[in-house]
Ligand binder design. Structure first.
Ligand code: AMP
Ligand code: MG
Length: 424
């Protein structure tokens, strides 16, 4: 069942996040392409990967030792006759009878007749006799054929982002090429009269456009293909022209800047006059409160518009211009939509509990996602809020590896309390 999204204003974090998930569920999977196995790393699988035979295909021995009848080790020490050897790749072809043993290596197939392996550490061989001073249970140190998967079983499902362990699995079933979803293209448009591109020398009141670069990097990291548009000035007509250019070449549009309440914050106005509707125009979060999420009619020139939830529209985000807000709103809201556009099921940032390093004070009313540093050893993780000069602190975002989550009803958290963090 698909939820029909209604235009709304400022939502709570939970409502805004739910809106994002509802929208994402309506996105149709994109087109697919076939790539060589290693080229699939980080891509989203578009076909099931099935076991081509039983796994393991034979009863696989997991220790170096002797293949035996467990019942022969009822009274210890036991002496058995060694009738042969089995190694990985070439097993013992005969049958192990009672009173006999086969010297065996890890990875070999358990010979017929034997029902267990006793580790070499508990044995001593002298010519064709082995003396064993440890009992084993039937089945010990052996993985039965088909125990991990049976032939035809689905091992990996479409929608899975492919990590090294999945590459190993595909290799194990002989897949040299895999079908993956096409990467969604995301147009990035930074807005602001104060911005200059990297190639330029900024004037005394100008700053370099870093958001287009952080967004490109975020998008690449999460499986998209970024397309940077030239910086847009705070002027509606030029803004609209660049928005249009972005829509023609992409599956989603992400703008930064120009969504606050200022006189020159023209992004919503320009988008509205191009037919956009907004599912939210703000979220009760900090940083990132002015974040905007909506959909806009896709130009007919865009051949991949069928990508979006409703065939004729494309998703769009207006992120606040502050670099820390960009990072937070990307992680919270853009990421799930990007994942869905790429054929993957959206996954939340992993949450963990950690001990707060020092007292924290704030005001109630907003859910806060504060750049923070999760540290400490293997046990007893500790989280330290990174001090920052408002939402514009690039250094703070560079140091952060997580967000401290402060619920909207908390105004003071004492040091030592176990708090929630979201891992980036
Ligand atoms: P805005 O959301 O347009 O009000 O911008 C908020 C703050 O973020 C201002 O200090 C901007 O100068 C800064 N900012 C806006 N866009 C960018 C950008 N592309 N790169 C770096 N900083 C930016
Ligand atoms: Mg601005």
């Amino acid at each position: 069942m698909t939820t029909v999204l209604q235009p709304a204003g400022v939502l709570s974090f939970e409502q805004a996040y739910q809106t994002i998930l509802d929208y994402s569920r309506g996105i149709r999977p994109p087109q697919t392409e076939e790539v060589p196995l290693l080229g699939a790393l980080g891509r989203v699988l578009a076909e099931p990967v099935k076991a081509d035979r039983d796994f393991p295909p034979f009863p696989r021995v997991t220790r170096d030792g002797y293949a035996v009848h467990a019942a022969d080790l009822a009274s210890l020490p036991a002496t058995l006759r060694v009738i042969g050897q089995a190694k990985a790749g070439s097993g013992f072809t005969g049958t192990v009878e009672r009173g006999q043993a086969v010297e065996i290596m890890t990875g070999a197939a358990l010979p017929a007749g034997a029902d267990a392996v006793v580790m070499v550490e508990y044995t001593e061989q002298d010519n064709d006799r082995v003396t064993i001073d440890r009992a084993v249970k039937a089945g010990e140190n052996v993985v039965p054929a088909g125990a991990e998967a049976s032939a035809g079983q689905e091992l990996l499902s479409p929608g899975q982002r492919i990590r090294p362990a999945h590459i190993a699995m595909a290799a194990a079933v002989g897949k040299r090429r895999v079908r993956v979803y096409r990467k969604p293209r995301v147009a990035i448009l930074a807005t602001g009269d104060e911005l200059v591109d990297l190639a330029e020398v900024p004037g005394p009141e100008q700053i370099r456009n870093s958001n287009s670069y952080s967004l490109s990097a975020h998008i690449t990291e999460h499986g998209g293909e970024p397309l940077q548009l030239p910086v847009a000035p705070d002027e509606e007509r030029k803004l609209s022209t660049l928005i249009h250019a972005g829509l023609e070449q992409s599956d989603m549009l992400v703008l930064s800047g120009g969504v606050s309440m200022g006189k020159f914050d023209l992004v919503e106005k320009a988008l509205s006059s191009m037919g956009a509707s907004f599912f939210f125009t703000g979220a009760q979060i900090q940083p990132g409160k002015p974040v905007v999420f909506g959909a806009i009619p896709a130009p007919s020139a865009n051949s991949s518009a069928s990508f979006a939830a409703t065939p004729a529209t494309m998703p769009l985000f207006g992120l606040p211009g502050n670099p820390v807000s960009v990072m937070v709103t990307f992680d919270l809201f853009v990421r799930p939509v990007l994942q869905a556009l790429g054929g993957a099921s959206p996954v939340r940032l992993p949450a963990a509990k950690a001990r707060l390093a020092s007292d924290f004070k704030t005001k109630t009313g907003l859910t806060r996602f504060l750049p923070a540093l999760l540290k400490g050893g293997l046990y007893g993780p500790e989280v330290e809020v990174i001090s920052w000069q408002g939402s514009g602190d690039l250094l703070a975002s560079a140091r952060a590896n997580c967000y401290l989550v402060v619920p909207p009803d908390r105004e003071a958290i004492p040091a030592g309390e176990m708090v929630s963090v979201l891992i980036r």
